[in-house]
Design a protein around this ligand. Structure first.
Ligand code: NAD
Ligand code: UDP
Length: 344
């Protein structure tokens, strides 16, 4: 059952000067990336409707924009038929739990979210001739045998392990997006997002950057899974959102999904040491079992994004960590005022 968190008169998209503002729907708009995207679209003059089932998203992520007359949010699960016909110009599908413990908690629902949810949004795009964006993932490369990963690499994914609900769900969604484009001619933009972190991750999100920072700030042991020699490439959220916008606004749709991520590669152990240093923490680094099918290495080849979107990350890991540590410090201890810290 859908619930409107905030209703407002959208004036049918008519802005003050009479020109119609573009209308964007952001599925997963109350999540980490989704809330940043909603803010960016509002700042760019859009009317924004967020749909979210609040599985991992939080109402307080929207604190800064709930008062904006061009914003509304409906509690809705995209697996179910959309609550109303929504006239829309652009659709962004970010709805899906992204952290392994969250997407593995109800794997069948995770898979349905990627497949049935994408179908519902693609049908909406078809009805309104809207441009539609899909948040795909570097997980489509699985445990990659090619390094770094270009978009042309077809991946090495286990079809039946505990990560498969997410990896195969996202792969299936890519298939649906490209089949809708070929069949109905709709304008699709598919981003393959590599590990992204930053302000507004949840303290209990479970992904590595937020886990390490929260553990370090609390003086708890940092839990490195396995040897810590596996690698990831960490992108700060602001860089990624800029990549989304450039991808969506590129004059023509790219012929394939586009890697978006920061190509600087770190071992998990490097990250743990960096976080301990930044937080000046006395936490110890301890080892825990490596999860099944945990990819051993990951780094995006972003040559295509550089050339097609004139995009590359500008915020390095030390700058991004500093901002993220500041955020969690405020959230957990109120040391510095941040708007998002009002957890309700
Ligand atoms: P997140 O968990 O913070 O956000 C996901 C949002 O989707 C949450 O608000 C959640 O409540 C909502 N949601 C989940 N299932 C839903 C459903 N069935 N119906 C409606 N809403 C639903 O995670 P995030 O990091 O912000 O990820 C956003 C998107 O980007 C996801 O699709 C994820 O797969 C993709 N992605 C993220 C990363 C990353 O590193 N952050 C990497 C690759 C892909
Ligand atoms: N990881 C870790 N400790 C944690 C959480 C994660 O060592 O507390 C590891 C995890 O095993 C993986 C890497 O960090 O090798 C990135 O994990 P995350 O869940 O952030 O993203 P993903 O595995 O989906 O890339």
């Amino acid at each position: 059952m859908s619930k409107v968190i905030k209703v407002l008169k959208l004036q049918d998209g008519i802005g003050r000067k009479g020109a119609r503002r573009s209308r964007a729907l952001v599925a997963g708009g109350a999540g980490f990336l989704g809330s940043h995207l909603c803010e960016r679209l509002l700042a760019d003059g859009y009317e924004v409707l967020a749909l979210d089932n609040f599985h991992t998203g939080k109402r307080y992520n929207l604190n800064a924009i709930l008062g904006n007359p061009a914003f509304r949010c409906i509690e809705h699960d995209i697996v179910d038929a959309l609550p109303e016909d929504i006239p829309v110009d652009e659709i962004y599908n970010l709805a899906c739990p992204a952290s392994p413990p969250h997407y593995q908690a109800d794997p069948i629902h995770t898979f349905k979210t990627s497949v049935l949810g994408s179908l519902n949004l693609l049908e909406l795009a078809r009805r309104h001739s809207a441009k539609i964006f899909q948040a795909s993932t570097s997980e489509v490369y699985g445990d990659p045998l090619v390094h770094p990963q270009p978009e042309s690499y077809l991946g090495n994914v286990n079809t039946h392990g505990p990560r498969s609900c997410y990896d195969e769900g996202k792969r299936s969604a890519e298939t649906l997006f490209f089949d809708y484009s070929r069949t109905f001619g709709i304008d699709i933009r598919v981003a393959r997002i590599f590990n992204t972190y930053g302000r507004r991750m949840q303290p209990d999100d479970g992904r590595v950057v937020s886990n390490f920072i929260v553990q370090a700030l609390r003086g708890e042991d940092l839990t490195v899974y396995g040897s810590g020699m596996q690698t990831r490439s960490f992108c700060y959220v602001d860089d990624l959102i800029e990549g989304f916008i450039r991808l969506m606004r590129a004059p023509t749709p790219p012929p394939h999904p586009v890697n978006l991520g920061n190509p600087a590669e770190f071992t998990v152990m490097d990250l743990a040491r960096l976080v301990v240093d930044y937080t000046n923490s006395r936490s110890r680094i301890v080892h825990r079992p490596l999860p099944i099918d945990d990819p051993r290495q990951r780094r995006p080849d972003i040559s295509f994004a550089r050339q097609y979107l004139d995009w590359e990350p500008t915020i390095d890991l030390s700058q991004g960590l500093a901002r993220t540590v500041e955020y969690f410090d405020a959230l957990l201890y109120g040391h510095r005022p941040v708007r998002e810290a009002a957890v309700s």
